[in-house]
Design a protein around this ligand. Structure first.
Ligand code: AMP
Length: 115
């Protein structure tokens, strides 16, 4: 499968990993949109939440709890934002489900209607 995140999971292309276990990986986004910008990915490949099976649903809860447990280690003690882009109009470019984790600054809030 020609999926860049599957290749990162398999170690076929490099990434700056901050956490890994048998279900998930957290690594730095190569093109950060905040002072701190990580991606949390399930190891099981699927594109969007529409495609989740029962195990995927469990894994997402597990991943969210893991992010909370690791927030200090990731430098996110004062808060962070989680984003999942779903599909074309949201700008999803990598079709392996991933959670953007952004922080390390005050993030503000964007009114997308002004774009
Ligand atoms: P999305 O637009 O929600 O699909 O997000 C995909 C994200 O993956 C973007 O923020 C990219 O900067 C990031 N990305 C793409 N390729 C890599 C890579 N090789 N290593 C780390 N992040 C990547």
């Amino acid at each position: 499968m020609d999926c860049i995140f599957c290749k990162i999971i398999k170690g076929e292309i490099p990434s700056k990993k901050h956490y890994e276990d048998d279900r998930m990986l957290i690594f730095e986004d190569v093109s950060p949109k905040a002072n701190l910008h990580y991606l949390a990915v399930p190891k099981h490949h699927y594109a969007t939440i529409d495609n989740m099976n029962e195990q995927d649903q469990e894994d997402i809860g597990y991943i969210l709890k893991k992010i909370a447990d690791l927030k200090d280690m990731l430098g996110l003690t004062n808060g962070y934002r989680l984003t999942i882009n779903q599909g074309e109009s949201a700008g999803q470019t990598v079709h392996h489900l991933h959670i953007h984790i952004m922080g390390g600054q005050n993030l503000g809030w964007t009114d997308f209607r002004k774009q």
